[in-house]
Design a protein around this ligand. Sequence first.
Ligand SMILES: Cc1ncc(COP(=O)(O)O)c(C=O)c1O
Length: 441
Amino acid sequence: MADQLTTTDERPLTAEPQVAASGTDTRYWHPFANMAKVRGHELVVVSGKGCEVTDRDGRTYLDATAALWYCNVGYGRSQIVDAVTRQLSALPAYSTFGPYVTDTTLKAAERIADLAPFPDAAVFLTSGGSDAVETAGKLVRSYWSALGQPHKRVIVGRPRAYHGMHAYGTSLAGIPANREDFGDMVADVAHVAEDTVAGVEREIERIGAENVGAFIGEPVIGAGGVVPPPDGYWEGVADLCRRHDILLISDEVICGFGRVGHGFGCQRYGFTPDMITFAKGVTSGYMPLGGVIVSSRLKAPFWEGEGRWFRHGYTYSGHAGACAAALANLDIVESEGLAERVRSLEPTFADAAKSLLDHPLVAEVRTAGLLSGVEFDPELVAANAELANQVVGACRSEGLLTRALGLAAVQISPALVIQSHEIERLFSMLRGALDSVRRTS
Ligand SMILES: Cc1ncc(COP(=O)(O)O)c(C=O)c1O
């Protein structure tokens, strides 16, 4: 089944002619889209408040996915808008290459480093999660070169993993469809065949621990279907990495900043990585920002003694406007106790999600924090590859926005500020959509 997975496979949800609502054809090339199918079927969103967004025709929807897993504090937060406006008026951004930096960049790095579950962390800032993964991948190689072990180059990833779409992320993708077409982009990556501690151990043995630089994984697999780890998985993998002197990267682009009820997913699952990649929830999407939190062990060869160049960075690394958004967003996450809020809402959310298990279309419901993957009966999916997209289309008719995860599941990841009654409404609309697809297919 993993072979069939794509992260998004948005097909047209109606049979209308391919003409945009404005009457003109679109010029926008959508990501993760077949433009021949999407053109003429765009959903143009113009505003948002709390957990809801409104489209160009004035229709309001409950946003089941917090956009692409990121709008954790909800829409319409003037506190963040004001902070960004103040920053852009004073100074939009400045180079942070070499010795240059802005004071807002320094504050954001300090704030994020203080949240790290290990002492004396450093933060390398990027514009998003794919950049963060790319940075982490290059840091692994540079670190082992610095230690005189350049052969420790292989980075091992999990099945169903999503690590963004730059070269490292594409190569590490555990969703095979996301690698198709592109060929080998980064050499020396490996994929675990079986998603267990024993599976990771076998892969390390196959490659030889002396050649393995790092293991990377999402604490809860997101785009691959929302898959929480089996009991003991992360403790076991962390122990393997320690014994074989392999760096551990926790890709927290989705799990970070409260989504699974803790600052970071690694805290929930009881392991300490050497690097944390983050993005999305750090600004709730008010400005694009990502980065890597680096442990003291990893930063040492670069920061101490004679040091070492890390010849890597982006024009907008540490962008002051994005950092201002992060600071204001993290103020909200902290002052409103959003991680604690997720922990207290989790049982209500999980019960509401699992109530769908009695539906004939649904085979499995997986949840962790405010994440859920609702998976359809594999026989029905085998007979109708459009099933997930039909459910997404029916949700839209009900007034609920979600998206397909591959062919077999839909994503539920609302803003962390969602209220209990909105959770009930969300799953009741999803049930209505499932009923309507069942009636018509
Ligand atoms: C775990 C994970 N890593 C990396 C990325 C890539 O982030 P971006 O799309 O910001 O480049 C994503 C995006 O969904 C993700 O879920």
